[in-house]
Design a protein around this ligand. Structure first.
Ligand code: 3HC
Length: 692
């Protein structure tokens, strides 16, 4: 064995050279890896004894792509295209041996090998689009030559992985070898190639699949149309489509040039910078500075959930989905039955869409046990309370739980606003109490705000963070404050949206601007969806807000066909003349001189105070880092990932510009816009908000 460099070995096994990469954690194509590949292939090709070359990786995976942390920095080391040229033009067959995930540039390297073998558990994919990119190492030109443009379009615009068996069927992988026997299997395959004198198969030379699609622009037009909603606002999907079009219509080298140009456009743009930042931010969120990886984690084998309403039901599903049994406690038999019925219906709907097998519906339902007695939770390792958002009730529940739960059980409150310390103080074991703010629908939304009380133990935090990952959530650790990170910032936007409507905008103006910004819907459409009458009662209604007036008029939102908007039977929203009149009358009564409000002002008024609030949250230590705030907004509220979250967006605008606007608004409109000390500091020092 020869060490080519610290991350690459070359072994000559008779007539086969094996190049082995070992660059943890994921063998990304960093400069040393590219250098190793270059030198390794050079040496193997130069060695007369070698008849075939196998490229394989040590560790958990084949190459998982370009080294994302290298983008935007000065390039060092061998060029990837030079490595690929050498592989593809090698006079000896090159076999890529795949385990784990061959992704992005990693899969593109595999596509320049003459043959690919994989173990059954391996996956391949081109996930660049998720980073706001396109496969920039020939992937968009080679992939359609192997599988045709339709499959290629789906793969590059979704970034989804393909399992080895399917990859083998579609021709992406030439042969499957036994699990655990990749090295031997790949060497045997290489020897077979030599013995049979099989030709050097270059993907770039394959023509039939692309030729068949030439002169059929409908393939692309239809694909664009069918996916317009999914791609809204994103630049990368369109660039990916253009590359596949180039693969179909242009000779290989010209297609490669088109790919290169489009790649450079994306990699230097803001969207990809935002999406790459979010890739690392998501992984960073799992790291808690004072809760090291070595912190003991408690086994969670049985979960209790109190409340079978929308939240309790959704929360329970998360655990049943990963095989953890849940006892759901309700007060009334009817409510319990209804709650379990809703869960079953949810599962059945998923099964109907073909995303769950019917037997899995039964398995999951079998893991859920309903009960009317809190005492049934005595043996649970984790109990999540999901009752009404009312402090007195929550405290009562926790005092009871304290008497019932076994020692060492984690007691969690699913709250969106309330003081977790006060809830914890209702027990004699506050170190075992934590907040878990799930987002509705709790079985779908990826975000989980984990709320750390003053006394919450590190083991409890570590357990919740790890468990979140297991149930498919992105957890962000936050501190106790009203509304935590997400809702606290949302309140800023909501306040301004309401004010703008009084000052001159209409709800549909505000909604349109925020929708065009990339949010899934604006604040008024969101209120209509949730129901305007949440927390409203006829008895106490005082006509003091537009929302109250609308409730008094029985405009309760989508559920009764009228809220801020009028809805038709298909729930399509239409601006309401009645609401417009309510707003004009209301403003007149308040003596407000309505004015024209620009789209720009709507963005500044709704979003800059959120950025400012984010800075306050950091100042108060309620979030560990700015990127955690961005993760909250992307995963909990549908903030468009290509804008990178509110804090990242603050830097795209410029902290100094955000500050200047806040000051201007403060002068003209008062304290709602008081800049945070941290925003002032960041702007003065020319620092970046998202790096705080
Ligand atoms: N570059 C740099 N670091 C990477 C990386 C990459 N491509 N992929 C993963 N990492 C790092 C992660 O940041 C993480 O670091 P940490 O431990 O310090 O937090 C570590 O590797 C492990 O990653 P995960 O926690 O995500 O581990 P999983 O086992 O859950 O997932 C994975 C492994 C499926 C490989 C996942 O990491 C992944 O999807 N990686 C990104 C793959 C990708 O997008 N590749 C395309 C890159 S762009 C490209 O190739 C351009 C080309 O066309 C020119």
């Amino acid at each position: 064995m020869t060490a080519i460099n610290p991350v690459t070995d070359l072994t000559i096994e008779g007539d086969v050279a094996v190049i082995t990469l070992n660059s943890p954690p994921v063998n990304a194509l960093s400069a040393p890896v590219r250098d190793g590949l270059y030198e390794g292939f050079k040496a193997a090709i130069a060695n007369d004894a070698v008849k075939a070359i196998v490229l394989i990786c040590d560790g958990r995976t084949f190459i998982a792509g370009a080294d994302i942390s290298e983008f935007g920095k000065e390039r060092k080391g061998a060029d990837l295209p030079a490595v690929q040229d050498m592989m593809e033009n090698s006079p000896k067959p090159v076999v890529a041996a795949i385990h784990g995930t061959a992704l992005g540039g990693g899969f593109e390297v595999a596509l320049t090998a003459h043959y690919r073998v994989a173990v059954p558990s391996a996956k391949v994919g081109l996930p660049e689009v998720k980073l706001g990119l396109l496969p920039g190492a020939g992937g968009t030109q080679r992939l359609p030559r192997l599988v045709g443009p339709e499959v290629a379009l789906n793969m590059v615009t979704s970034g989804d992985f393909v399992g080895a068996a399917a990859a083998n069927k579609s021709g992406l992988v030439d042969e499957l070898v036994d699990e655990g026997k990749l090295r031997d299997g790949a060497i045997a395959f290489a020897r077979k190639l030599v013995a049979e004198g099989r030709p050097l198969k270059k993907v770039r030379d394959l023509q039939d699949k692309v030729e068949a699609a030439r002169g059929k622009p409908a393939i692309f037009a239809d694909f664009r149309k069918a996916n317009a909603r999914r791609f809204r606002g994103f630049e990368a999907p369109e660039a990916n489509i253009k590359c596949i079009e180039a693969a179909v219509n242009l000779p290989f080298d010209e297609g490669m040039k088109a790919e290169r140009d489009l790649f450079l456009g994306l990699v230097n743009g803001t969207q990809s910078a935002a999406q790459r930042y979010i890739f690392f931010a998501e992984r960073q969120a799992a790291k808690i500075p004072d809760v090291p990886d070595s912190t003991p984690v408690l086994p969670i084998k049985k979960v209790g959930v109190i409340g079978a309403g929308t939240m309790g039901g959704g929360i329970s599903m998360n655990f049943a989905n990963v095989g953890i049994p849940v006892t759901i406690v309700e007060m009334q038999p009817a409510a319990l039955e209804r709650g379990l019925g809703v869960i079953r219906k949810n599962y059945e709907n998923t099964a109907k869409k073909g995303r769950l097998r019917q037997e899995d519906v039964e398995t999951r339902m079998g893991l859920l046990t309903g009960s009317l007695e809190l005492e049934k939770l005595a043996d649970c390792d984790l109990i999540i309370e999901a009752v009404y958002e009312n402090m007195a009730i929550k405290k009562e529940v926790f005092a009871k739980l304290d008497a019932i739960a076994k020692p060492g059980a984690i007691l969690a409150s699913n709250t969106s606003y309330l003081d977790v310390n006060e809830i914890a103080a209702a027990t004699k074991r506050p170190e075992w109490v934590i907040g878990t703010h799930f987002f509705s629908p709790a079985n779908v939304m990826r975000l989980l705000e984990v709320v750390r009380g003053d006394k919450t133990s590190k083991e409890v935090i570590a357990t919740l963070m790890q468990l979140s990952k297991k149930i498919g959530k992105v957890a962000v650790l936050v501190g106790v404050c009203h509304g935590f990170v997400g809702n606290r910032m949302l309140a800023q936007r909501q306040r301004e949206a309401n004010k703008l409507v009084l000052e001159g905008a209409m709800p549909w103006d505000v909604d349109r601007v925020l929708y065009d910004f990339g949010m899934p819907m604006g604040p008024f459409a969101m209120s209509d969806l949730a129901g305007l009458d949440i927390g409203w009662s006829k008895e106490t209604s005082s006509s003091s807000t537009i929302r109250e007036v609308l409730c008094e008029m029985d405009r309760r939102g989508q559920k009764n066909g009228k809220g801020f908007y009028d809805y038709d039977e298909n729930r399509n929203a239409k601006p309401s003349a009645e609401v417009e009149k309510v707003i004009l009358d209301f403003a007149a009564k308040k003596g407000i001189n309505r004015r024209t409000i620009s789209d720009e002002e709507i963005i500044e008024r709704c979003i800059y105070p959120m950025i400012n609030e984010g800075a306050k949250i950091l100042e108060e230590g309620k979030a560990i880092r700015a990127s955690d705030i961005d993760i909250v907004w992307i995963n909990g509220y549908g903030w468009p990932v290509y804008h990178g979250g509110p804090m990242f967006y603050g830097d795209v605008i410029g902290a100094d510009k955000v500050l200047a606007k806040m000051r201007e608004f403060e002068r003209t409109m008062g304290d709602d816009f008081k800049p945070s000390a941290l925003l002032e500091k960041v702007a003065a020092e020319g620092k970046k908000l998202h790096q705080l």
